[in-house]
Design a protein around this ligand. Structure first.
Ligand code: ZN
Length: 282
């Protein structure tokens, strides 16, 4: 069973958890660490001989086109994470379409290859955005990995399927949600972010095993370049809960990530998507 390892490329000051305390107008004057951190992720993948999918902000592609090129040259998939990390449910359908077009153009110009995958910032495709998948399909995307089928304080669409599904009638456009684990009657978040970093590695290992063996499905795991950067600037006035989530265990994250390729097989999400489409169609 081959699983998908994905990276959401955004800088430490662009994360959803800090949006109430970091003014967007200050982004241009902040210390950018995303290029160096993403290069460190590339080195880590290279050491482990892993290919993955990098969902990048258009904002990052605009400033660091060579970084986007290096990702593609290393054999990874480049995909879109929107332009400026706006949540989809805060957009009108027209604004969402514009954001998709703007970010895709910037990423494709930098990458020199077509972008066919999308991940919504903060998993913000849910019951509030019944038009989102249709717009993605209309724009020629082949898949999205934007749904967290779970109840969480910042995101989640608890009623959504746990595994890949066709959200648009008459289209083979695929939604492949991030991984959850079923524990008795409870669905647990197990796709990454804080859960992978904060909980013991044994939990993630158990969850991926469950998904692969009991459910017979590939896992979709994600993390961020800032999660392997213990020296990033600290946001002093952020809510305490956000600070705990953001800053805990940054120093052990790289070592945890190195364990994943020893224990499981990984590949680009577009390859996993192609296999899931065949399975669902057959
Ligand atoms: Zn993000």
């Amino acid at each position: 069973m081959r699983n998908a390892l994905s990276v959401d490329i955004e800088d430490w000051f662009q994360v959803g958890a800090f949006e109430t305390v970091i003014d967007r107008n200050s982004w241009n004057s902040r210390e950018c660490r995303v290029e160096k951190n993403t290069d460190n992720v590339l080195a880590l993948f290279d050491d482990a001989n892993v290919k993955g999918t990098f969902f990048t902000l258009g904002w990052v592609a605009e400033r660091y086109p060579e970084l986007i090129r290096r990702i593609v040259d290393a054999g990874h998939e480049i995909a879109s994470h929107g332009y400026g990390h706006d949540r989809v449910f805060n957009f009108t359908p027209g604004q969402f379409a514009d954001d998709l077009e703007r970010s895709r153009k910037l990423i494709e110009d930098a990458a020199g290859v077509a972008v066919t995958g999308y991940r919504a910032p903060s998993f913000s495709i849910d019951q509030r955005t019944p038009w989102a998948h249709e717009i993605l399909a209309e724009q020629g995307y082949t898949y999205s990995s934007s749904v967290a089928p779970i109840k969480h304080d910042h995101y989640g669409w608890a009623e959504a399927p746990r595994f890949a599904f066709f959200p648009v009638a008459g289209s083979d456009f695929l939604e492949i949600p991030v991984t959850t684990a079923q524990f008795g009657p409870k669905r647990l978040a197990a796709g990454g972010g804080g859960f992978f970093r904060l909980l013991p590695y044994a939990f993630s290992h158990w969850a991926i095993n469950q998904v692969n063996r009991r459910d017979g499905r590939p896992a979709v795991i994600y993390f961020h370049p800032w999660e392997i950067d213990p020296d990033q600037p600290r946001v002093a006035n952020a809510p305490i809960k956000s600070k705990i989530r953001h800053y805990t265990k940054l120093g052990v994250m790289a070592e945890k990530l190195r364990r994943l390729p020893r224990d499981f097989q990984w590949e680009r999400l577009d390859s996993v998507v192609a296999r899931e489409k065949l399975r669902l169609a057959g």
